[in-house]
Design a binder for this molecule. Structure first.
Ligand code: UD1
Ligand code: CA
Length: 460
């Protein structure tokens, strides 16, 4: 028996009030539909169809790199109509179809596998996931018969007041036997408050035909929260971030004041690393073991080795070797690669540069387009003048170089092995190895210089 998943994502999401379709809005650093696809994949389903329509180019782009097939629903005539579009696209060998919405990003793979397991064990033709919630507003309500079997699902807009009081809601996630669901989708009507083809009505049609339709109640109602507006977006964001922090803490990461720490879903962090308050870790960042990160660090798409210390820094698209020390107040921009044991201190900006093992840039420097060797010391106030207003040029500092404070390195320029530049020099020509390069006027001391003061001014 082969299972496929159909994710409905053709709607506009009017309540978001956005130029972009709802499912591409990000939750915890990823478009919300990606979370749904991840959950489906983690439940072992590899055949995934996504129904797209409104703003489909954005939805398709938001899933680039994912193994999914897209099915177009030209006009958004309702969830039943959306599933119907998938009928001919689904491969022949598929027997069961799991249907989900692109706007329920908190769904967990374990919830999907238990829904599938229940469906199979109970030989049902359809099984719907429900949840008991405190505030059912906006959801379809589960109406049960006296014997607790499903009677039907009624949408909020079609519900009578006593039905609105029901707190068991339709999660919008279903498992269907393919052969039973598709023929009945053609029988749906738009005879309801919203004038749409409701997928929920197919369950009534199945029940009327005497088929077994089950309801599985989701243990944690948060798993099925649907996002319809930006208030719900923020709510889901908070829940998902809390989940990520808990997962990391259980895996051996210390997070101090987790309510102030924001870690994207895709981030990996090694055991015995400490994350301090007000830290943001984004994208595909991977952090090794025994690091000390924060407070006030924002790290994006960066690989960080083991035993690294980072305080108050902004780091983007960088690679940081083991045992580096960064910050406070450092800015590492794309293409920065620090080898093992590098020290980057306060008010240092580095861009597109390789810094060799155990080199130090402790204070107030700009290093751009530079190749820095091993055990190089870059004095305070050093600037690589890499840009002439039109082109960028490289700077090479060979192993063991010592750059005196406040040196300007006018690129392209190369400082040879173990050479030294005198403080305050503007270096425009290459320096051979084992040399001292000094470029500055001789100091003059003028004796008996009288410093003027305001008292010297004549009163007129
Ligand atoms: C739907 C359910 C409701 C359930 C809720 C759970 C129906 C009729 N109602 O309501 O019972 O409680 O989900 O979150 O199914 N979509 C399409 N094409 C369309 C219409 C919708 O692809 O023509 C997609 C949307 O992009 C969305 C999903 O289907 O991802 C659900 O649509 P939405 O309008 O959010 O349905 P709800 O009103 O939330
Ligand atoms: Ca919805």
């Amino acid at each position: 028996m082969v299972n496929a998943a159909v994710i409905l994502a053709a709607g506009k999401g009017v309540r978001m009030r956005s130029a972009y379709p709802k499912v591409v809005h990000k939750v915890s650093g990823r478009p919300m539909i990606q979370h749904v696809v991840h959950a489906v994949q983690a439940a072992g389903i590899t055949e995934i169809y996504v129904v797209v329509g409104h703003g489909r180019e954005h939805v398709i782009e938001s899933l680039s790199g994912f193994e999914v097939e897209f099915i177009v629903q030209e006009q958004q005539l309702g969830t039943g109509h959306a599933l119907k579009q998938a009928e001919s696209g689904i491969k022949n060998h598929v027997d069961r179809v799991l249907v989900l919405s692109g706007d329920t990003p908190l769904i967990r793979s374990s919830t999907l596998t238990s829904l599938l397991a229940w469906h199979i064990e109970n030989n049902a033709a359809a099984t719907v996931l429900s949840a008991r919630v405190d505030d059912p507003a906006g959801y379809g309500r589960i109406i049960r018969n006296e014997d607790q079997s499903l009677y039907r699902i009624i949408e909020e807009k079609d519900a009578r007041p006593e039905q609105k009081a029901i707190k068991e809601i339709n999660a919008g996630i279903y498992c269907f036997n393919r052969s039973e669901v598709f023929p009945r989708l053609s029988a749906l009507t738009t005879n309801n408050a919203q004038g749409e083809y409701y997928l929920t009505d197919v369950l009534s049609l199945m029940i009327d035909d005497g088929l077994k339709v089950g309801v599985v109640v989701c243990e944690d109602s948060n798993d099925v929260l649907g996002i319809n507006d930006r208030v719900q977006l923020a709510y889901c964001e908070a829940l998902m971030r809390r989940r990520k922090n808990v997962e990391l803490m259980k895996a051996g990461v210390t997070i101090i004041a987790p309510e102030t720490v924001f870690i994207d879903q895709g981030v990996e962090i090694g055991a015995d690393t400490i994350i301090r308050p007000n830290t943001i870790i984004e994208g595909h960042t991977v952090i090794g073991e025994e690091c000390d990160i924060g407070p006030w660090a924002r790290i994006t798409n960066t690989v960080v080795g083991k035993k690294v210390s980072i305080e108050a820094a902004r780091i983007i698209d960088a690679h940081i070797g083991d045992e580096c020390t960064i910050g406070p107040f450092s800015y590492l921009r794309p293409g920065t690669r620090l080898a093992k044991g590098v020290k980057v201190g306060d008010f240092v900006e580095i861009k597109n540069s390789n810094i060799g093992e155990y080199s130090k840039i402790p204070h107030l420097s700009y290093v751009g387009d530079a190749q820095v060797g091993i055990k190089v010391n870059i004095g305070a106030g050093t600037i690589t003048c890499n840009y002439d207003g039109v082109n960028k040029y490289p700077t090479f500092l060979e192993d063991g170089v010592f750059i005196g404070s406040n040196t300007n390195l006018v690129a392209p320029v190369r400082i040879g092995r173990n050479s030294v530049t005198g403080a305050g020099s503007t270096i425009t020509r290459d320096v051979p190895p084992d040399s001292l390069a000094v470029e500055r006027a001789q100091q003059r001391n003028i004796k008996g210089w009288y410093r003027k003061s305001k008292d010297d001014q004549e009163v007129t």
